[in-house]
Design a protein around this ligand. Structure first.
Ligand code: GLP
Length: 249
């Protein structure tokens, strides 16, 4: 695991965008696994800036998003489809047909989950998976559980996740109770993983993820077993690490 400490959210976003840019430059037809949430917004802004400066070309890039709320239409401004188009896709030269997001409106969960795994398989797997981190250690919408989930599946969101995400909705009652998400196995099969974390409110969980035991109760802790993980976190998110722990990473 490689760990980069950034001064603040902006510096974290710049480093993450540089990391993703390197992937796109090295392999112009790469498959990017993308994430939503507030953490990657700055990274996406930086990527848009690089595109506008003529430094990046997304014309051959393909993407697969981690997750989507069940029951939200594409034009619902809280859907992850809407998020990705507003915060990234509509500002760059990516082809709509090269972007993939689970279909939250598919009522048949088995069909949607199998279909999404097939999409990722047909893409040839994910080259670089970008991840944010939930306060309970979730990645995508893989919530703490008794075992690690494998492929794409449907999840019941935990109260703490509903609580954390209600800031984007009119009220907690409007937050969907279920979501489709790539599984831990899918995430672990990505050739490279980039975890970005910002803020003091993530400090405790980030410390558990990196220094604690690997357990499905802290889903992101499985990343300790991946052979190519880069963590870019800001100082506030790294505030629970001792100097010695930081030097060992
Ligand atoms: C959501 C998303 C995750 C994201 C997490 C953290 O639950 N499904 O992919 O990493 O929230 O969000 P934030 O970056 O806003 O803290």
């Amino acid at each position: 695991m490689k760990l980069y400490c950034a001064e603040d959210y902006d510096a974290m976003s710049r480093k993450a965008a540089n990391f993703i840019s390197a992937q796109v430059i090295m392999k112009p037809d790469c498959v990017l696994g993308l994430a939503t949430g507030s953490t990657p917004i700055g990274t996406y802004k930086q990527l848009i800036e690089k595109f506008n400066n003529g430094d990046l070309d997304f014309s051959q890039v393909k993407t697969a998003n981690l997750d989507e709320y069940k029951g939200l239409t594409k034009d619902n401004d809280q859907s992850y489809y809407y998020f990705m188009h507003t915060n990234l896709f509509k500002h760059i030269n990516i082809k709509e047909e090269n972007t993939n997001i689970p279909n939250g409106m598919e009522p048949d969960a088995e069909k949607e989950c199998k279909g999404y795994d097939k999409v990722i398989e047909e893409l040839g797997g994910v080259d670089l998976q970008l991840l944010g981190l939930g306060h309970n250690g979730h990645i995508g919408f893989n919530e703490p559980d008794d075992s690690f989930a494998k492929g794409t599946h449907i999840v019941d969101l935990q109260e703490s996740t509903i609580e954390a995400n209600k800031r984007f909705f009119a009220s907690a009652d409007d937050v969907p109770r279920q979501a489709y998400t790539m599984g831990i196995k899918t995430i672990m099969m990505a050739r490279k993983v980039l975890l970005i974390v910002s803020g003091a409110d993530k400090a405790e969980i980030l410390h558990k993820v990196i220094c604690g035991p690997v357990t499905p109760q802290v889903p992101a802790s499985i990343l300790q077993m991946h052979n190519d993980v880069t963590v870019i976190a800001d100082k506030a998110a790294l505030s629970k690490f001792t100097q010695q722990e930081l030097e060992q990473l």
